[in-house]
Design a binder for this molecule. Structure first.
Ligand code: NOJ
Length: 539
């Protein structure tokens, strides 16, 4: 199917942390191949995901763990070779799993040959491939822009007496997408991977690739308070979601469209309207899918509370704004944010909420993304200062706690490695082995929900109708022609909650509370505290 992504569940693999095959403590592609059956072996014994997205696997000095790319058309030796990647694609496809890579168009590594040339002299033909400017009259940076990780977004290069722009680390210089040669070269890197059978890309910070051509100062943020993240001191109006980005996205899309069945999923930030704009218009599409991270955070870094009215507002806004020719794309976790179980654990009940969250994510009209370890309820791991790795920790919040190795079992190497892991492990539990045969585990719930979703057209392609519920519950009905409607209801309160059924009677397809599956319900459904259920109308 060309638009396979509409009905798919995608699983994010952080390659360094998924499975090590050679004992160096770093996950690799061979390791991923060995775990493909866990992800989908064609039966409900496996997770059943339809696609995997690998965070960057390209050669890189790893200043930002692969988001500093030194060669877009190869594989980092820590992960394997091009031949291993080819085999991963073949093996994944054999199981019906599509493979997405992570395209980083906003910046390269400072060791990328393009940047080495660019910084070598002011008249190098590649000088203009990056954003170079003279110092301000006082010798300082050309404007007030801040790096996302804190500090100025400019670094002075004494060799040529100019500053270069970097929206992230100084090891990640921003490409100049106003130069058509840059755009051409970057689009060619997409073609390279499409020719090798890659099914699509998650696109890193796509909203930053084009800035205001004059690079004016950003205005101060009047809401910023001491203690807030440094980069929120200013409103990034001239270097984030600048209007020219949306035209570039349409040109990028045309490369995807030249190959059948490829998908572009953008990492985007903004209001529901801004997210929707990345999809383009009918006849002039942009991204196939644009991430909506609002279940994680809506503005800045404030964590979205697990409260029905908030969740309802987020869902309603996405439903109202994403163009009718596509659908939303949600995630509860990723490699940049504290894990769900930890974010919602103020009362020690994060793991309970995670069960309901699974039914929320997989019950929405959307392409859901599951982050490795989410399916077993992995939490953030406290990392002692001497083991910390993420350079963002110096001026921003370090992301190591949510990137620790996958916990496959309770052995010393957790089934992840025979060596010393690049980041420390969490506690012995949770792990896959302990949850595998346990019908009450979170892993079993994820498997059941994913396979149930696959079996029910209402759930994988039905429209979504919001249900009126009190403030303890967020609920909706999924309906598709030729398939019985399914009610999805999530109770975010710590009391049981009653939901009136939108149909006479139904059968519980799946519930966070054990023993309820298959139960017949009439008129009303009782949801356990912090629990959730999917109920299918009786035919
Ligand atoms: C977003 C990625 O998810 C993050 O991990 C990375 O540090 C920045 N983009 C810069 O590429």
């Amino acid at each position: 199917m060309t638009e396979w992504w509409r009905e798919s569940v995608v699983y994010q693999v952080y390659p360094r942390s998924f499975q090590d095959s050679n004992g160096d403590g770093i996950g690799d592609l061979e390791g991923i191949i060995s775990r493909l059956d866990y992800l989908n072996d064609g039966t409900p014994r496996s997770l059943g995901v339809d696609a995997i997205w690998l965070s960057p696997t390209f050669p890189s000095p790893m200043a930002d763990f692969g988001y500093d790319v030194a060669d877009y058309c190869d594989v980092h030796p820590d992960f394997g070779t091009l031949a291993t990647m080819d085999r991963l694609v073949t093996e994944a496809h054999r199981r019906g799993i599509r493979v997405l890579l992570d395209w980083v168009p906003n910046h390269t590594s400072d060791r990328h040959p393009w940047f080495l040339e660019s910084r070598s002299s002011r008249d190098n033909p590649r000088r203009d491939w990056y954003v170079w400017r003279d110092p301000a009259p006082d010798g300082g940076p050309p404007n007030n822009w801040l790096s996302v990780f804190g500090g100025p977004a400019w670094t002075f290069d004494p060799a040529t007496g100019q500053y270069y722009l970097h929206s992230f680390l100084k090891e990640q210089p921003d490409l100049n997408w106003r130069n058509p040669d840059v755009e051409r070269a970057m689009l060619d890197t997409l073609r390279f991977w499409f020719e090798r059978g890659i099914d699509g890309f998650r696109i890193d910070v796509i909203g930053r690739i084009l800035k205001h051509p004059e690079l004016p100062d950003n205005p101060e943020n009047p809401e910023w308070r001491p203690g807030d993240r440094e980069r929120f001191r200013q409103l990034s109006v001239y270097n984030h979601n600048y209007p020219d980005v949306f035209d570039a996205v349409k040109r990028i899309r045309r490369v995807f469209d030249a190959y059948e069945g490829r998908v572009a999923v953008g990492e985007v930030f903004g209001t529901p309207e801004e997210i929707a704009r990345f999809y383009g218009e009918p006849g002039e599409p942009g991204l196939h899918l644009a991430f909506n991270f609002h279940f994680i955070h809506e503005r800045g870094h404030e964590i979205t509370p697990w409260q029905a009215p908030v969740l309802r507002r987020i869902i309603a806004a996405a439903e109202a704004t994403v163009p009718a020719f596509s659908q939303p794309c949600y995630a509860l976790n990723n490699h940049d944010r504290s894990r769900f179980v930890t974010r919602h654990n103020h009362d020690g009940l994060g793991a309970v909420r995670a069960r309901a969250a699974a039914l929320l994510l997989l019950g929405l009209r959307a392409t859901p993304f599951v982050y490795y370890g989410e399916e077993i309820g992995m939490a953030d791991v406290d990392i002692s200062p001497e083991r910390q790795q993420d350079p963002a920790r110096f001026r921003s919040i370090g992301r190591d706690p949510e990137r620790t190795p996958m916990q496959w079992d309770a052995s010393p190497g957790r089934g992840f490695t025979t060596g010393e892991p690049w980041l420390p492990f969490g506690p012995l539990s949770p792990n896959v082995a302990e949850q595998d045969g346990d019908p009450g585990s979170l892993l079993s719930l994820y498997r059941d929900a994913i396979w149930t979703r696959k079996a029910q057209p209402s759930l994988h392609r039905g429209r979504l109708e919001e249900l009126r519920c009190d403030d303890r519950v967020v609920g909706w009905v999924r309906r598709a022609e030729g398939s019985s409607p399914v009610l999805v209801a999530i109770n975010t309160s710590s009391e049981p909650a009653i939901v009136s059924l939108p149909f006479d009677a139904g059968t519980v397809l799946i519930c966070t509370e054990r023993g309820r599956d298959g139960q017949t319900v009439r008129a009303a459904l009782e949801l356990p505290p912090l629990g959730a259920a999917w109920v299918q109308a009786s035919a």
